[in-house]
Ligand binder design. Structure first.
Ligand code: PPE
Length: 319
C-alpha cells in the first residue's frame, strides 16, 4: 500500500492528496496512452536531498510523449520544479516520484481527438522494490511464458502505461509460481529485460546487456555502463539467449525502483556461487555512493532539492 501523503501536483498546481481524482472517461484509462516516469530522490551523506538524473528522466518523459504525439502543455523545467515542489510539500527527504502525462476525458474511441493532455506529479515512499533481502542476497527469477515487445508492435523507447500490460502478465505469472521477478524474452527468443528492469550478466569480468532494440533505454542501465567503464570493466551491448544467463558468473537487474538487484537463481539454475558476486557488489557500491552524493565524481547527475532547477533540458531525441 502506498502511504497517503499530503499533496499531489495535478494540472499545474498542488492539490490535496484525496482531491487528485480523474473522470472515469479519462481516455488513457481506456486505451493505455499515458507517458510516465519513475524517478528517485535520495537523502545524501551531507543531509541534503538530491533527485537522481532528473534531467534525463524529464527528457525521457517528453520523448515518450513525443512518440505518442502528445503535446505536454508545460515546459520540462516546469515539470522539474513541480517534482521538487511536491517532494517538499510532503516533507520527504527520500522519495520515489511518478510524473505522468495522460489524455483526459472528452471524446471516446481509439483516436484521442483533441482531449486535453493532463499532467500529474506524485511522490511516495518506496523502499527496495525487490526487497532489502533481494538487494543484499539476490533474487530468484523465472523466464516468463509471455514474449516481450516487438519494436513494431509497442514502441519501447516510450515509457507508456500500455507497454506494462505485458509486464503485469509476466509478473503475475512468476509470482504465482513462487519466484521474485520475471525474465522476458523478445520475439526472436533473445533476452530482453525484466518486467520493470534492464538486465546484465557478467562472465569472466566482462559485462553483457541487450542492445536498445526493443527494451526500455534505462537510465540506471546507462548509469551502470558508465560506472562499469570507470571501474575498468568491459561492457558489451549484444543479443544473447537465456542459457548465457544460466552459465554466467553473475546476473543483475537495474532500474530506478529496483536499483541494482543481484539475481541468484534463474529457472532453478543457481547463478555463479548463488550469492552476489564481486562485480555486482562493486557496482552496487559505486551506484549508491553516486546517488547519495558520497562520490562527488558525478555531481552533474544530482539535482539537489535546495537548489533551483538546473539549466534547460536539452534535446529531446536521445533515448
Ligand atoms: N525496463 C522496464 C520495462 C522498466 O519498467 C524499467 C523501469 C527499466 C527497464 C529501467 O529503467 P530506469 O528506471 O530508467 O533505469 N521501471 C520503473 C517502474 C517500475 C514499476 O513497477 O512501476 C522504475 O524502475 O521506476
Amino acid at each position: 500500500m502506498v502511504d497517503k501523503l499530503k499533496k499531489i501536483w495535478l494540472d499545474g498546481k498542488l492539490v490535496d492528496w484525496d482531491d487528485a481524482r480523474v473522470h472515469v472517461l479519462t481516455h488513457s484509462l481506456h486505451y493505455g496512452v499515458a507517458a510516465f516516469e519513475g524517478v528517485r530522490c535520495y537523502l545524501c551523506h551531507d543531509g541534503r536531498s538530491a533527485i537522481f538524473r532528473h534531467k534525463e528522466h524529464t527528457r525521457r518523459l517528453f520523448n515518450s510523449a513525443k512518440i505518442y504525439l502528445m503535446d505536454i502543455p508545460y515546459t520540462p523545467e516546469t515539470i522539474m520544479d513541480a517534482t521538487k515542489e511536491v517532494i517538499e510539500a510532503n516533507g520527504l527527504k527520500e522519495a520515489y516520484i511518478r510524473p505522468i502525462a495522460f489524455i483526459g476525458d472528452g471524446v471516446m474511441g481509439v483516436h484521442p481527438g483533441s482531449n486535453a493532455v493532463r499532467v500529474s506529479v506524485i511522490c511516495w515512499k518506496w523502499g527496495a522494490y525487490l526487497g532489502d533481502d533481494g538487494i543484499a542476497k539476490g533474487i530468484r527469477v523465472k523466464t516468463s511464458s509471455f514474449t516481450r515487445h516487438h519494436q513494431n508492435i509497442m514502441l519501447t523507447k516510450a515509457k507508456v502505461s500500455g507497454n506494462y500490460v505485458n509486464s503485469v502478465l509476466s509478473k503475475m505469472e512468476v509470482l504465482k509460481a513462487g519466484y521474485d521477478e520475471a525474465l522476458m524474452l523478445d520475439p526472436q527468443g533473445n533476452v530482453a529485460e525484466g518486467s520493470g528492469e534492464n538486465i546484465f550478466f557478467v562472465r569472466d569480468r566482462k559485462l553483457f546487456t541487450p542492445p536498445l532494440t526493443n527494451v526500455l533505454p534505462g537510465i540506471t542501465r546507462d548509469t551502470i555502463i558508465t560506472l562499469a567503464h570507470e571501474l575498468g570493466y568491459e561492457v558489451r551491448e549484444e543479443h544473447f539467449s537465456r542459457d548465457s544467463l544460466y552459465l554466467a558468473d553473475e546476473v543483475f537487474f537495474t532500474g530506478t525502483a529496483a536499483e541494482v538487484t543481484p539475481v541468484r537463481e534463474i529457472d532453478d539454475r543457481v547463478i555463479g556461487e548463488g550469492r552476489p558476486g564481486e562485480v555486482v557488489k562493486s557496482l552496487q557500491k559505486a551506484f549508491f555512493d553516486v546517488v547519495k552524493g558520497k562520490d562527488k565524481a558525478h555531481g552533474e547527475w544530482l539535482d539537489y532539492l535546495d537548489q533551483p532547477a538546473r539549466g534547460k533540458v536539452s534535446g529531446r531525441s536521445a533515448g
